[in-house]
Design a protein. Sequence first.
Lengths: 298, 298
Amino acid sequence: MITTDFAAWSADALGQVEQALSDWVPAAAPAGLGDAMRYAVLDGGKRVRPLLVLATAAAVQGHAEAALRAACAVELIHAYSLVHDDMPCMDNDVLRRGKPTVHVQFGEAQALLSGDALQALAFELLTPDPAQVPPAMQADLCRCLARAAGEAGMAGGQAIDLASVGKPLSEAQLRHMHMLKTGALLQGSVQMGADCAQSPLTPQARDGLARYGAAVGLAFQVVDDILDVTADSAALGKTAGKDAAADKPTYVSVMGLDASRALAAQLGDEAHHALAATGLADVELLRVLADRVVNRSN
Amino acid sequence: MITTDFAAWSADALGQVEQALSDWVPAAAPAGLGDAMRYAVLDGGKRVRPLLVLATAAAVQGHAEAALRAACAVELIHAYSLVHDDMPCMDNDVLRRGKPTVHVQFGEAQALLSGDALQALAFELLTPDPAQVPPAMQADLCRCLARAAGEAGMAGGQAIDLASVGKPLSEAQLRHMHMLKTGALLQGSVQMGADCAQSPLTPQARDGLARYGAAVGLAFQVVDDILDVTADSAALGKTAGKDAAADKPTYVSVMGLDASRALAAQLGDEAHHALAATGLADVELLRVLADRVVNRSN
């Protein structure tokens, strides 16, 4: 496989992910639930997590069906978290990916339920008929996703976020919150891609990919905090400046803008070094993805 | 194993479930999240679903560690559904298991998050180190739980429930709603117990257990609807009469009280017949459990 043409690879990968999400998020779910689920998932989002899964799976010659399912599953977890996060009892946001948020469009009850159903669907995608994906790989993927999504991962980070409004946090506390809230699922994406390997990875490959995932996961959030103050709502597709308005601690509020930019660049370098340490033959896609995360403008 | 002494078996089983839930729902989850999760799960509930898992596992000589994990996982899904269902945007209920509901005690945002984290934790419990539970069994259990909890199961049933307020339903529509909303997770409990079998079950056993689960699952909801009008809040530990007050269709509102009682008894008979058809040697615990579901008073 030629992996140097990132643009062609990512266009193909994104096409596969969009098609699979459209196939697997059921329009037929009862009483409008399917409409809300599809609205929350389709036609939007940068799909950073699916691309991390698929690029990692490509680097380890992973099981193609498992990788596509994992890519979609992690995106469903991300999508559900946005639906719940936007609700009035949380961030109370009305705009997401340039569209009204799910509770604005479908009501709060349907938003709550559709988020719940998307989380269950993520695990459903990971557990097809055993003929499609080896059962031990299914178990590995479920194990990884559950940990990344749960109290020691994303949900725990959101609880810290909730408790941190209006409080001064140290850089270490902020890093801990973000490693859970955003980092865990991004890091989990890389690990799920690695879990798709059909023969055991070397410890160096495992460890290097884990370090890569951690660096990219944190870099993503640092850049998010930078863009929250430097970009406008139209470019972001969501409400800009909302963290500052909500008195939430961010990298920019804790470290300042220049130091935040320096940190993002440093995390990008860490990601590159970690990849080099994997000993894997072809990590070009992952290298470009890390650069895209650090240099993105929305 | 002597299974004729149901009281001794269930006391032992419930003790194991309570201890395991207390061990596995983490007090240390960040920023109060663990407190809300434990409040939602511990010290309350009839634990019907865990008992169904464990009694079925006993009937098929199932893997003990897998069965205990499955029993706790299905209870976590049930618990999260109650937390979200009680929220102001859904049923807006303030009393559950004789205590203030989670959002009353901890706030809406923490209720939302703790429900989300409980769902993830359910799948985490099902995917321990492969040395503890065979990976293929882990995958089977995740597959079953995800389907029972998702849009084609519990979440789908709740969407129908939400859309049915104030509408006349036929008995067939009501049955469909309840087979999803409550039945799917109860039936899933039986199937998860069966999934713990360490050698393949006969088609008769699989089929009989599926029919048993369907009958008990529906009977549970019919009795719930009966108790909603015949019991008081103190006996129920939750607000009595709330379905009628909310103008929700129930078996009693659609069929009347006598016909509902007759249906519950008929479903109990169906459960007995289905058990007899399994060909399994010892289904006594499951037989008594079905009777308890039909004849319960809270």
